[in-house]
Write a protein of this length. Structure first.
Length: 98
């Protein structure tokens, strides 16, 4: 699981009926360096399936790969990245060094 920031919304003209109950968000994954306040290196953005209603600027927990489809059992959905949580606060230990 990774932490990311929502930077946009993806709009589709058509989608599979099983995937219409949610939105697609464009998110940027954050590294530890980013979380400590250094935004010089930004990772490539990707699309996240979002049933929780994250807005632009929200920090989210992102589940990827096979685990991203697990919340949809018994009916698996073809998603590669899923918004597992909207994060209110991220607190890092003071002893973290990069």
């Amino acid at each position: 699981m990774r932490i990311g920031t929502v930077i946009g919304t993806v709009t589709l003209s058509r989608s599979h009926p099983n995937l219409r109950a949610a939105s697609y968000r464009l998110a940027v994954p954050l590294s530890l360096t980013n979380l400590l306040g250094n935004y010089n290196e930004i990772a490539e953005e990707f699309v996240v399936y979002d049933e929780m209603g994250a807005g632009i600027g929200s920090q989210i927990a992102i589940s990827e790969g096979g685990e991203a489809a697990q919340p949809f059992r018994p009916e698996l959905k073809p998603v590669d990245a899923y918004n597992a949580a909207i994060l209110d606060n991220i607190e890092l230990g003071k002893d973290i060094k990069i």
